[in-house]
Design a protein. Structure first.
Length: 456
């Protein structure tokens, strides 16, 4: 049975790159009807927090990424890791290293350190003296070759790899060791992760071989880059998933966008459902090259997803973003629906509602639209006076405005923009006739009066 896993570290927020890894695992698992496991890799006790774990789990749930097993926590398996390490030492696949620099970063340590050749008697003597030690894996001096589902054949020269630490001096397992032990025990058949883990793969394969365990298939997904083609970071844009959630992006949009980032698809049909993405998933379509994150494209895609919602779905999803205002539920819903064209993300909604709640005279820039034309004030005055006498139905509002335009022989486009600016204080608003009706007779007349008084 095929089994995959997503294994985030709870040392911070769930980032875009990690989320894309989770999405690819999810798509492959559902396409293959495989089991999907969630494992929290919390062996970094100094940096791992319960709050980070909670945020990661909440974001995965928000994204609709479901799991068949887990969450499992790596720290609860330390006794198993230690038993495995002892078995490797007993089988001469690993050894105790007592060198003073044994806690150094792996890459700075000599590839084959002197403790590798210590006799059993010397090791026993050092242990009796309670000398601090780490446990290192013996890396064979031979090529390590594997087939990557994305990159094809990849090879490393074993003789150039260090005998890396698998157990620290405090008895805790290192990342590479714990990952291999857990993947084996959980029956993981496919390890799908970011390209930044590629350098870990030869070490992990060496561990699989030392245990004589079956080696899983590997797939390393290229990194996400910023506009300057460097690794995506906070210098470029928000990278934490909760930032996009708080801005009001749809989970469906983020899923759609990240699933297609670095994935061959029909550019004329980029708006795809989760079901479509599952059905169409294939390793052949995953690019070997890194992809650039385009925030404006993400905004555009979110707008497309919003536009595809029915009115009922739109209002349901918008409800938590609609400000608590002294309006009836019906009026709030009418404003939300009326303003759909202006909303790219849910966080745009409060600004849309603000024009119905407060009024500010147009800015100097907007005011330029109203200067230099002697017809502006006669037009606005006539509309104000006639609206005051109308029944304020949508038809009557439209009739009053269009008659004034005709009688004063104005260009409709110019006149409507004058009226919009005077009534809302902005050059942008939802449909003007409906906006005026929702403002109500008293408020509309009041605003036009303030404007005419201040601008004369």
């Amino acid at each position: 049975m095929i089994k995959v896993r997503f294994a985030p570290s709870p040392t911070g927020s769930l980032h875009l790159g990690s989320l894309r890894t989770a999405i690819v695992n999810f798509l492959f698992a559902r396409k293959m009807q495989a089991s999907f496991v969630l494992r929290i890799e919390d062996t970094d006790q100094q940096r791992s927090t319960e709050e980070s774990t909670r945020v990661i789990l909440d974001n995965l749930q928000w994204m609709g990424i479901t799991f068949d097993e887990g969450p499992f926590f790596q720290t609860r398996r330390i006794t198993f890791h230690q038993e495995y390490a002892r078995s490797l030492v007993q089988n001469h696949q690993a050894y105790h290293c007592f060198c003073p620099q044994n806690e150094s970063a792996d890459e700075t340590f000599p590839p084959k350190d002197p403790c590798r050749e210590l006799s059993a008697q010397a090791v026993e003597a050092n242990l009796r003296q309670h000398m601090p030690y780490v446990v290192r894996l013996r890396i064979p001096d031979m090529p390590i070759v594997f087939h990557d589902l994305v990159k094809g054949e990849v090879s490393f020269q074993g003789g150039l790899l260090e005998d890396f630490v698998i157990v620290r001096s405090d008895g805790t397992p290192t990342y590479n060791f714990a990952v291999v032990a857990d993947d084996h025990d959980m029956g993981i058949t496919h390890v799908i992760r970011g390209e930044d883990h590629l350098s870990n793969t030869p070490k992990q394969i060496a561990l699989y071989k030392a245990f004589s365990w079956a080696i899983p298939d590997f797939a390393h997904i290229p990194l996400i880059l910023g506009p300057d083609k460097t690794k995506l970071s906070k210098r470029h844009c928000d990278t934490a998933i909760e930032d996009y959630k708080e801005k009001g992006f749809l989970a469906e949009t983020l899923f759609n966008y990240l699933a297609l980032l670095g994935y061959t698809h029909d550019p004329a049909n980029p708006i795809l459902s989760k079901e479509d993405l599952i059905q169409n998933f294939s390793w052949d379509k995953v690019s070997r090259s890194a992809s650039q994150f385009d925030l404006q494209r993400l905004y555009w895609m979110n707008k497309q997803h919003l536009d595809r919602l029915s009115e009922e779905e739109y209002l349901k999803k918008a409800s938590s973003w609609i400000p608590d205002l002294p309006f009836t539920e019906e009026k709030k819903n009418r404003i939300a629906v009326l303003s759909r064209n202006q909303v790219k993300v849910w966080s745009d909604l409060p600004a849309v509602f603000s024009i119905f709640l407060t009024y500010s005279l147009p800015s100097a820039e907007a005011g330029l639209l109203l200067s230099g034309n002697s017809a502006v004030f006669p037009f606005l005055s006539q509309v104000k006076n006639e609206l005051a006498q109308s029944d304020f139905s949508l038809d009557s509002i439209q009739k009053v405005i269009e008659q004034a335009i005709k009688q004063l022989t104005l260009k409709k486009r110019d006149a409507m923009q004058w009226l919009r600016t005077a009534v809302t204080g902005s050059t942008v608003s939802p449909s003007l006739y409906e906006t005026i009706q929702l403002l109500g007779r008293e408020e509309t007349i009041h605003r036009l009066g303030i404007f005419l008084e201040q601008r004369q």
